[in-house]
Design a protein around this ligand. Sequence first.
Ligand SMILES: [Zn+2]
Length: 456
Amino acid sequence: MAKTARLLIRNIGHLVTMDAERTVLRDAWLLAEDGVIRSVGTGPLPRVSGAERVDARGGIATPGFINTHHHMFQNLARAFGPISNLPLLPWLAGHVPLWRHFTPDDLWIATQVACAELMLTGCTMTSDHHYLFPRDGSVAMLDAGFEAAAEMGIRYVGCRGSVNEPSDIMPEWSTQDLDVILADCQRLHDRFHQTGRGAMAQIAFAPCTVFGCSGEHYRESARLARNLKVRLHTHCGETVPENRDSMERLGSRPFTYMARHGWEGDDVWLAHGIHFSDREVAHLGRTRTGVAHCPCSNMRLGSGVCRVNDLRKAGSPVSLGVDGSASNDSGHMLNEVRQALLLTRVVHGAGAMTPMEALELATLGGARNLGRAADLGSLEPGKCADLAIFPIEDLFSSAAENPVDGLVLCHARTVDTLVVHGRVRVAEGRLIDIDLPQLLLQHGRAARRIHKGYSR
Ligand SMILES: [Zn+2]
């Protein structure tokens, strides 16, 4: 019989459980066995033999954050001058030419860098919406994303993005035929998708937007996804021009159009979801369709403010996403939590969101939208041992009266320790087994090559 792998974390100053009562334990410990939380508590440590022991040094432990919207390849175009000051559609049209000769090797590097950023800022599970498949390029593009994430040791949902109709924004070379897209969805599912509690790698099907994806594309993707029991992800309601153009071209607003093709329900989560009418909010809530809120990107592109509280009140689960690093321009997950709180308060006042509610979006909300409410999102016995431990304070949070509030309200910090499925992946603030300086050298080289080929 295989030996049980035990992990005992002690000296946790504040343990944010995210249980139903939102209990925060003081001076706590956590015991995991084979990747699953066996018990949490305060007072004397449980007697266990052969456990790996971690000293949390009085830090703040939270459930691992769950990032529900990203385009990892875009970290090769951070702060890219020619598009730095444009709104969504010109911004998108402006950066597409960068990727004409994008390869799986580029995606591998970008994925590792994106995962490093996320892990060092508290994230234990991430999705990556990859919609870039040069028509004449490798067929095995997203395979590189799965492999790179597995090496980092983060939970990963590869969202197989796609575009099947050329437009002013997405040229012919960046589109694929629908049968090619669906065949690749099936292939990736068969190769990488895990099921059940504790799954480390999963697939979702993710047509890019109503611009570039036909009705048949949405309908057939939903049909295949439901046959295979995988989730559905796409962009929706990000900007006012998107709604207007959709009315003109398709005769309905994007969400109505998508819903008509089966894109509603608790297996669907939509990125951004900013410009919804009251009726659409009610529809989303009634059908339990989820929304990934991306505050930094929405501010950066000047897109608008997601109706987080209205959506939640209506019954639509809301999670957080850092979005692609060409519109953020980094992937700092704790910072995203902070910005979610600040942005909601800008519109609705200081009482509109508490630090605990902002943390909920990144933990319980993320688990819900990625279909993992049963095994992720809180630190309770039976859930997976996915957690972040942040230092109790640093210069920018020194002497915070309420350290858990301070985690969100003060300048966003990085983790001391990160644990994914009971495995320590960050210790003393450093990624284990990852040569970060070497990775950044490769990243710089790949970015320079891509920038050099840019022409419009
Ligand atoms: Zn996006």
